[in-house]
Design a protein around this ligand. Structure first.
Ligand code: FAD
Ligand code: NAI
Length: 463
């Protein structure tokens, strides 16, 4: 038996590292177990950060080829240096993972290197040593969901991890799953020159978006050259020397087809990861989808053991994991930690971006809630015209009787930044009229948010 801690966090992703830092700030003696060589989990190492680095680089490459001429900037020849693009991505990742290491030192969080295993309430074993602790927080994250018949080798058939590391631009990339990963990483390789076909089981893309927003998003992506095969079920993937033969058929029945790809990206969702933690031996219950089961205060059925982030229920988003990390640290320190799950934004970092918060119109319909909708297109926004990005709109939903904002969906330039105002509005229980009456700087994209709020009241000014 070695050192004793107040808290041992297992996993150093956005849930785990934020929890460890917040708990240390509140005076707890904290250790965080991480088996990866670097801190930061999926998000910093193989998720949010490297994908956003490549999205930015590929967007720059696309702009210089297709966007600059309209501004009167003529660039005669453009060359891709993919090795440099990857090198920059690695530097960005390293700056972030080293940043977490620095924050651990600053806040006196001990990094226990190796795989953590719960060997009883209050005991965690790491690399042959047992550590005693008053509380354990499981923050072990998630992994790519497998698909029978499609064997991932991270060379020809890749998950997002392999798709972030391709050493050549594929001639034909076939993506299975028109969700967030498929569309973000499909966009990266499309912009760099690949032909990209996305095969989706449902008859629409991104099931979490409103039907109209998803349809308009699909049209914009199609204009960029992405091809979609909706309502299709992949049945088999055969790897050859030169690529992959992928067989699929209509989900509702029909003739099978085969597509040849040099790379297949499997992106049909992620699932809770808790292998090797010793959950069975510790008697920790899981739900029907294998997620660690907790109550609303993140407590598992075993006293002193908690879970946060992707490993438990809820959207698999870095900021949701972080929010839960802060909340559980505060609860353990005797405070009233809390997360408002009605005000968690979600952003797809394609171009244009797509951002949502609160209820979708489809959900409100299904729940029988009476609501008003206000929509304002970026074609009518001066700044959007000036920057040359007028695709998309802001769509707001407010309670018909009280005008309280219930949800927002934005498709358009910088939607991920614009959504923050609406997250704040929903968090503070604002009405659409409140948003419409707030002064918004001119000329900014944020004026489209204000105009959509005016539109809820039936009187947008600029349309
Ligand atoms: P994770 O980040 O998965 O971290 C878990 C950590 O626990 C891992 O480092 C793992 O090694 C470690 N671990 C597991 N078991 C043990 C053990 N027994 N002992 C020691 N260590 C262990 N979300 C967003 O909000 N925005 C985005 O832009 C975004 N982009 C993404 C892009 C991609 C390609 C992917 C795959 C995901 C993306 N996500 C994004 C989702 C985001 O990465 C996750 O929601 C987030 O990382 C979850 O955080 P977490 O702390 O729960 O777990
Ligand atoms: P996803 O859940 O976003 O999308 C999966 C898609 O695959 C869905 O459209 C689904 O209908 C489809 N699908 C499921 N089974 C299928 C099958 N057998 N054949 C064809 N299609 C099938 O999952 P994705 O894209 O893998 O991402 C996982 C999670 O990672 C996201 O849900 C999100 O939580 C997180 N993430 C977040 C990002 C962000 O916030 N910008 C970026 C990337 C990932």
């Amino acid at each position: 038996m070695s050192d004793a801690f107040d808290l041992i966090v297992i996993g150093s992703g956005p849930g785990g590292y934020v929890c460890a830092i917040r708990a240390a700030q509140l005076g707890l003696r904290v250790a965080c177990v991480e088996k990866r060589e670097t801190l930061g989990g999926t998000c910093l190492n193989i998720g949010c950060i490297p994908s956003k680095a490549l999205l930015q680089s590929s967007e720059n490459f696309n702009e210089v080829q297709h966007g600059f001429a309209a501004h009167g900037i003529i660039v005669d020849s453009v060359k891709l240096d993919l090795d440099q693009m990857h090198a920059r991505k690695r530097e960005v990742v390293q700056a972030n993972t080293k940043g977490v290491e620095f924050l651990f030192r600053k806040n006196k969080v001990t990094w226990l290197k190796g795989e953590g295993r719960i060997v009883g309430a209050g005991r965690v074993s790491v690399a042959g040593t047992d550590y005693e602790t008053k509380a354990i927080v499981i923050a072990s994250g998630s992994e790519s969901t497998p698909l029978p018949g499609v064997a991932v080798d991270e060379q020809r058939i890749v998950t997002s991890t392999g798709a972030l590391e391709l050493s050549e631009v594929p001639k034909h990339l076939v993506v299975i799953g028109a969700g967030v990963i498929g569309l973000e990483l499909g966009s990266v390789w499309r912009r760099l020159g690949a032909e990209v076909t996305v095969i989706e089981f449902l008859d629409r893309i991104v099931p979490t978006l409103d039907t109209d927003v998803a349809r308009d998003f699909q049209r914009i992506l199609e204009k960029q050259g992405l091809k979609f095969r909706l309502g299709m079920k992949v049945t088999k993937a055969e790897t050859t020397n030169s690529g992959v033969n992928l067989t699929f058929e209509p989900a509702k029945g029909g003739d099978a087809e085969t597509l040849t790809a040099d790379i297949v990206l499997l992106a049909i969702g992620r699932r809770s990861f808790s292998d090797g933690l010793g959950l069975e031996d510790a008697g920790i219950a899981r739900d029907e989808r294998g997620r660690v089961q907790t109550d609303e205060h993140y407590a598992t059925n075993v006293p002193g053991i908690y879970a946060i982030g992707d490993v438990r229920v809820g959207p698999m988003l870095a900021h949701k994991a972080e929010d839960e990390g802060v909340a559980i640290a505060e609860i353990l320190a005797g405070q009233a930690g809390h997360v408002n799950y009605d005000a968690i934004p979600s952003v797809i970092y394609t171009w244009p971006e797509v951002a949502t918060v609160g209820k979708s119109e489809d959900e409100l319909k299904a729940e029988g809630v009476a609501y008003s909708v206000g929509k304002f297109p970026f074609t009518a926004n001066g700044r959007a015209r000036a920057i040359g990005n007028t695709d998309g709109y802001v769509k707001l939903m407010a309670d018909k009787a009280t005008d309280r904002l219930l949800g927002a969906q934005i498709i358009g330039p910088d939607a991920g930044t614009l959504i923050a105002e609406l997250v704040t509005a929903i968090e503070f229980g604002a009405s659409a009229e409140d948003v419409a009456r707030i002064s918004h700087a001119h000329p900014t994209l944020s004026e489209a948010v204000r105009e959509a709020a005016f539109a809820v009241e039936g009187h947008a000014i600029h349309i």
